[in-house]
Design a binder for this molecule. Structure first.
Ligand SMILES: [Zn+2]
Length: 178
């Protein structure tokens, strides 16, 4: 085989501070370079205390930074954690639970952050002209998913989030029981 390029990956093992489930929609974890001027302005605003301006290159990275995570295990799945709240998707839900258990076993993940779809997600019914309806639908679905994951992992902190085009919203949170 042939090495395509050189890149130094750290060998040291790590403790995952969280497990994150996120949709694979590239807009919400973009590989496209963000305008460097905008990033610079946001970086400066952030530096002087306006924390709502986030200079990170993608929404997922901005979320990770904003909640203070350093080494999250990230699983991307179409629709994020939507299947966890849908009775007809039990096989997918079990596979996603399996990934959470693996992250916990291998890296000791203590918190689970579950993005349930996002604005304009292909995995959900269209809400093109009804942003309030979309928000309502998500509030209910995210709360349900947080409850279901919490029942499965009573010792974990579960955070239910909704990524939108204007940032990430925390919808529901369940603190660990012990
Ligand atoms: Zn999606």
């Amino acid at each position: 085989m042939e090495r395509l390029f050189y890149f130094k990956v750290p060998r040291a093992h790590y403790k995952a501070d969280a497990f994150i489930l996120w949709c694979f929609d590239e807009r919400f974890d973009s590989f496209e370079d963000r305008n460097p001027f905008v990033r610079l302005v946001f970086w400066l605003l952030n530096l002087v205390g306006f924390k709502q301006f986030n200079p990170e290159p993608s929404l997922l990275r901005a979320y990770v930074k904003s909640v203070g995570l350093k080494h999250p295990d990230v699983v991307k799945w179409g629709g994020g954690g939507k299947a966890l709240g849908t009775l007809s998707d039990q096989e997918i839900a079990e596979a996603l639970f399996g990934q959470m258990e693996l992250s916990e076993r291998l890296h000791g993940a203590k918190e689970f952050h579950i993005a349930v779809a996002h604005s304009n997600c292909g995995g959900l019914p269209g809400f093109e002209n009804d942003p309030d309806g979309e928000d309502r639908h998500h509030r209910d679905l995210v709360a349900k998913v947080v409850r279901i994951v919490g029942e499965r992992f009573p010792e974990k902190k579960i955070v239910g989030i909704f990524p939108r085009f204007d940032g990430v919203y925390r919808v529901a949170e369940r603190v660990r029981l012990r």
